[in-house]
Design a protein around this ligand. Structure first.
Ligand SMILES: [Zn+2]
Ligand SMILES: [Zn+2]
Length: 116
């Protein structure tokens, strides 16, 4: 039996392990709490674009995020300006924004090599 770090609910299924994208001690979360934590990259104060606007999940959809996690892929954050423009499907602006604003990707747990 494993217990979620945040809601302390016991689970019989596998929880999501993360080092909060910054090499911290590994914590385990249920899908709901993991997704909630992702909204702020687990309270990462540096998750801000060079323009000063906060960065948000590029794909803000729990199902898709869980898929990404299961595949051990990277979770992307983009400047909120980019995400907004994409929602508006404003292609001209999107391209320009993508050149001037930040987009970062994190592994759920950082590859060990990064810390050697
Ligand atoms: Zn939980
Ligand atoms: Zn920006």
């Amino acid at each position: 039996m494993v217990v979620c770090e945040k809601c302390l609910k016991e689970s019989t299924t596998e929880l999501i392990s993360t080092d909060h994208f910054r090499g911290e001690e590994i914590k385990q979360y249920c899908e709901d709490c993991f997704f909630e934590g992702l909204q702020t990259a687990f309270n990462d104060p540096d998750l801000v674009c060079n323009c000063g606007v906060k960065m948000v999940l590029e794909v803000n959809d729990k199902e898709e995020i869980v898929d990404i996690v299961r595949e051990n892929e990277v979770i992307f954050y983009a400047c909120e300006e980019i995400v907004k423009a994409r929602l508006d499907m404003d292609n001209n602006i999107i391209e320009e924004l993508e050149q001037n604003h930040d987009l970062v990707g994190f592994y759920i747990t950082q590859p060990e090599a990064d810390y050697e």
